[in-house]
Design a binder for this molecule. Sequence first.
Ligand code: SAH
Length: 252
Amino acid sequence: MIHFVGAGSGAADLITVRGAKLLEQADVIVYAGSLVNPQLLDYAKEGCAIYDSAKMTLEEVLEVMIPAHQAGKAVVRLHTGDPCLYGAIREQMDELDKAGIDYAVTPGVSSFCGAASALKAEYTLPDVSQTVIITRMAGRTPVPEREALRKLASHGSTMVLFLSTGLIPKLVEELLAGGAYTADTPAAIVYKATWPDEKVFRCTIGTLEQTARENNITKTALITVGGFLGSEYERSKLYDPTFTTEFREASK
Ligand code: SAH
């Protein structure tokens, strides 16, 4: 069994207990060196063979993992955040299927969760937004036209943008073209969420570009947008004394 493991968004102690155990037992680790905190490799035992996939192709990754697995070694493929988002795991899993090799996925703390913790924010505020749109600007990797940012932006929901800090002028144009946000809609850039050098920049859609430029934010950052960053919201029904739930009777 080959293990795909989510490393979490940065801080080495944010990996799951299961993920840490798998790293400790691994004979071979292939990690996404462009984004995974190298401190996570401290979990590896002495003699573990470690490969940085940032310098490798899919074929090279498979050429390391498959023979190691067939030789009876414990193999971990370590991805940043949670592997299910922009992780390129599907293409690896499909090749393992072809080779008849079993695998499992251990989730991790995605950077969109790490960013919320850095912001001390709740993405889903009653009366503000009950929906989080996770997307990206089309770059070298295209985005299907039906998911064009301006269409998604027309909902005015909470939005978290991955992989888009190099495209902010276009991103701002698209967000505003949706018609639901304005230049005054709150926004934030979270750089290296949960890393020791994490930085949070609160701004508005209108000042996003300037904020990124002045702080030299070009990568390893998320852009979040929406009323959840503002001060207006309704309190929850769940903890409302006049509201009965499955576990609690309303008081009179
Ligand atoms: N699977 C990862 C995302 C990989 S795509 C996850 O769940 O987080 C890589 C992009 O994720 C980066 O370009 C950046 O936009 C974002 N990212 C990854 N780690 C980050 C962090 N610690 N802080 C802010 N953004 C991060």
